[in-house]
Write a protein that binds this ligand. Sequence first.
Ligand code: NAD
Ligand code: MG
Length: 382
Amino acid sequence: MTKAISLLGSTGSIGRQTLEVCEEIGVKVEALTAKSSVDLLEKQVRRFRPRLAVLQELDAAMELQRRLSDVDVEVAYGLDGLLRAAALGSSDTVVTAVVGVAGLRPTLAAIEAGKRIALANKETLVCAGELVMIAARRYGAEIIPVDSEHSAIFQCLQGCRDYREVRRIILTCSGGPFFGLRREELANKTKTDALKHPNWTMGAKITVDCATLMNKGLEFIEAMHLFRMPPERVGVVIHRQSIVHSMVEYQDGAVLAQMGTPDMRLPIRYALTYPERAGTELPPLDLLSCPPLTFQEPDMEAFPCLRMAMECAQAGGTACAVLNGANEAAVGMFLREEIGFGQIPELVERALSQISVKYHPSLEDILEADRKARECVKRGLS
Ligand code: NAD
Ligand code: MG
């Protein structure tokens, strides 16, 4: 079980819930990092007393340092600060709750320092899954998923000694706020519509990804890397109730499912207590009062992002980094209300058709693919 963590992205949805869990189960917090929220980071430092606090910009970090002059904490900034938090000697686990490809370098730094990774930041595995998994094996760093679907699969795989015994893994997908609509009905959906998720409260970027089903596409790629599965052995089913978090189908036909109330504190807690389980005050799942559990096929016509992600998973190389970079850029524009909902898949498709794939990429090739994808999306708008 984890004793002390560095928490990258502590002011976000996963970050705040991780701190709640740490308080509940008694895990120490050694480092906290955030992009720009000085107020919240100050409050978190006062409460959790880490050794190190990191913000992205120098000005914000100086402001934080000024406010915390009465507290024994080191304040750092930028990528250097983030990398230091990731490799901090006194933390045994690094929780990666940063959003986007910004999590890639710090995750690699944590792996190289031999930390256990509690991985929420799926974009890192999407862009550089092969590199990250090879590094994890080389440095003996365990990667424990926080994403609820992958935590479910990880739990259903406990006791499985040989992954060849697995026929396939089945990811469940809530379908998001626009389930059942046709592609032409989606085109003019607004930011407010997209930010209404039926079952989960999350950061803005992942909430939009849930509405386009890109989130499930990213999770499809994440699952392939985490569990060493080829794309044809990963399935996706729509399950509107978000009670079954995902399933593993074994060669003998047995299907194991992990269920629970949709609450991210459960997979966060498992990632921190693994291989143990700790008791909780959270209300248990009441099967008798839950709605009937249903399963349906996803609609790839209405939600082309899922299809594109599956195609990139097949293509390999830098294709997934292009997919992710283009999506991050397009979702950013949608959240700033510069483009409509229907343009997100169009801009991603454009980047995928214009940028050629490089196979067996280095870290530099991946970052270059990400940069080109973002540029292509920006140009697509002009
Ligand atoms: P969020 O937007 O609420 O929080 C993101 C955090 O990262 C914040 O602390 C922010 O300050 C920090 N951050 C953002 N950009 C940064 C940058 N460039 N450099 C350094 N720090 C930066 O996001 P979230 O919903 O908590 O999601 C975090 C990650 O977890 C994402 O990869 C998401 O896909 C994944 N995830 C989230 C949920 C959920 O329920 N929220 C579930 C599963 C997986
Ligand atoms: Mg998920």
